[in-house]
Design a protein around this ligand. Structure first.
Ligand code: ATP
Length: 329
C-alpha cells in the first residue's frame, strides 16, 4: 500500500492571553492510499488542531512550531508550500469539511450557487451546463435528489441533508483525500447512521482516501480501517481497527474502549477513566496521561514516551512497552 501523507513531529499551539496552549505535541503518522483513518479522542484533545495544521487552516492565533506534512502526490511538504501553490491543492487534491461547516452555508444562496462559488474560487471556467451536470452527479452520489436540492436554500434542508451537501461540495473537484471533522456530530442517531453508511459507500465507489475526526469511538469502529488515538495533544496509539478493539495497548485506549462497552455488554466490566483531561495550557510533565494512569511509573512523570512500533502495524507511546516496562499482556 502506498503512503500518501506522511506527518512527522507536528507541533501546533494557540497563543492566548494566559499563555500558550500546547494543542498538538510531536504528532507523527502515515496515511495510506484508499484507506479510512479515524482520529479519535475526548473533546479538546487536539483532534481538530491536527487536521487544521496539516491543511494549514488554523485560526489566526494558531501557530505551527515544527513538523513536516509530506504529500507524496505532489512531492512537497505542505507546510513549506507558498499559499498560492497550496490553494491549487486544496479541494482539487485535499478537501476538508470542517467541524460545524453547516453554519458556513450562506442562507441567502441556493445550493447550486455554493457549487458555482467553489469553482470560481478555484479559477475554473465551467459552463452553466457543465456546472449543473457535475453538481448533480455529486449530489446524487450523496443520495440526494439534485432537482430539488440544487435549487433549495440551506434553511429548506435538514441537518443531515446539509451535511450531505457539504460532502458533495467537497467531492466536486474529485479530491484524492477527503478530510471530515466530526461529520456525524450534531445529528440525531438515525441521521448519523445514514452519514456513516454514505461514507462507507463513497469509500467503496470512489478512489478516495478518507480521514475523519470523531470523539465517538463506535463511529470509528464502524467506518475506519485504522484508528489514531489522541490524548492531551499527543498521538498515543495508532492501530488497525480490528486490532485496537481486540488488544488496545495504551492504558488510555483501554479506558476509551471500556467506556463504549457500557452500551452493549456486561456493566460490571465498565470502568470509567479516573480524573479529568489535562489542561493544554499547563500540561503534565512526561506522559500527559500519567496523572490518570493506573500503571504510571516514575519515568512517566519525567519523560514523554516516544511512539514505538509493535507487531501488526500497531504503534504506541507508552513507557510500559519500552525496554524495562512490565505491562502484563
Ligand atoms: N482558536 C483557539 N484559541 C485558543 N485555544 C484553542 C483554539 N482552538 C482550540 N483551542 C484549544 O486547543 C485545544 C485542542 O482543541 P481542538 O479543537 O483541537 O480539540 P478537539 O479534540 O478537536 O476538540 P473537540 O472534539 O471539542 O472539537 C483545546 O484545549 C482547545 O480549547
Amino acid at each position: 500500500m502506498n503512503c500518501l501523507l506522511e506527518v512527522s513531529s507536528l507541533k501546533a499551539v494557540y497563543l492566548v492571553r494566559e499563555g500558550t496552549i500546547k494543542a498538538t505535541e510531536d504528532v507523527s503518522f502515515e496515511i495510506f492510499e484508499n484507506t479510512v483513518t479515524a482520529i479519535v479522542g475526548e473533546s479538546a484533545s487536539g483532534k481538530s488542531t491536527i487536521i487544521e495544521a496539516i491543511t494549514r487552516t488554523l485560526p489566526p492565533n494558531g501557530r505551527i512550531l515544527s513538523g513536516k506534512v509530506f504529500y507524496r502526490t505532489v512531492g512537497f511538504d505542505l507546510l513549506e508550500m507558498k499559499e498560492d501553490e497550496l490553494r491549487k491543492i486544496r479541494w482539487k487534491k485535499i478537501a476538508l469539511v470542517p467541524q460545524a461547516a453547516q453554519q458556513s452555508l450562506n442562507p441567502t444562496m441556493k445550493i447550486i450557487d455554493h457549487f458555482r462559488d467553489t469553482i470560481e474560487a478555484h479559477g475554473l471556467n465551467w459552463s452553466k451546463d457543465e456546472l449543473i451536470n457535475k453538481a448533480s452527479e455529486k449530489i446524487k452520489m450523496v443520495r440526494l435528489n439534485p432537482e430539488t436540492v440544487l435549487y433549495a436554500y440551506p434553511m429548506q434542508l435538514s441537518g443531515g441533508m446539509k451535511q450531505r451537501v457539504l460532502i458533495a461540495l467537497a467531492l466536486l473537484l474529485e479530491p484524492e483525500i477527503l478530510i471530515l471533522d466530526e461529520p456525524t456530530s450534531a445529528l440525531d442517531v438515525l441521521t448519523q447512521a445514514h452519514i456513516v453508511q454514505l461514507l462507507k459507500e463513497l469509500k467503496t465507489q470512489m478512489n478516495i482516501t478518507l480521514i475523519f475526526v470523531t470523539h465517538d469511538i463506535a463511529v470509528a469502529a464502524e467506518l475506519a480501517d485504522n484508528i489514531f488515538v489522541i490524548y492531551g495533544g499527543c498521538l498515543v496509539e495508532s492501530s488497525p481497527t480490528e486490532k485496537i478493539f481486540k488488544e488496545p495497548k495504551h492504558p488510555y485506549t483501554q479506558g476509551l474502549i471500556n467506556s463504549i462497552m457500557a452500551i452493549n455488554a456486561d456493566m460490571s466490566k465498565v470502568r470509567a477513566i479516573p480524573g479529568d483531561p489535562p489542561s493544554l495550557l499547563n500540561p503534565p510533565s512526561g506522559c500527559r496521561f500519567h496523572p490518570r494512569c493506573e500503571y504510571a511509573m516514575e519515568i512517566c512523570k519525567k519523560e514523554r514516551p516516544q511512539l514505538i512500533k509493535l507487531p501488526d502495524n500497531v504503534k504506541v507511546a507508552c513507557h510500559l512497552y519500552n525496554e524495562g516496562g512490565c505491562k502484563d499482556e
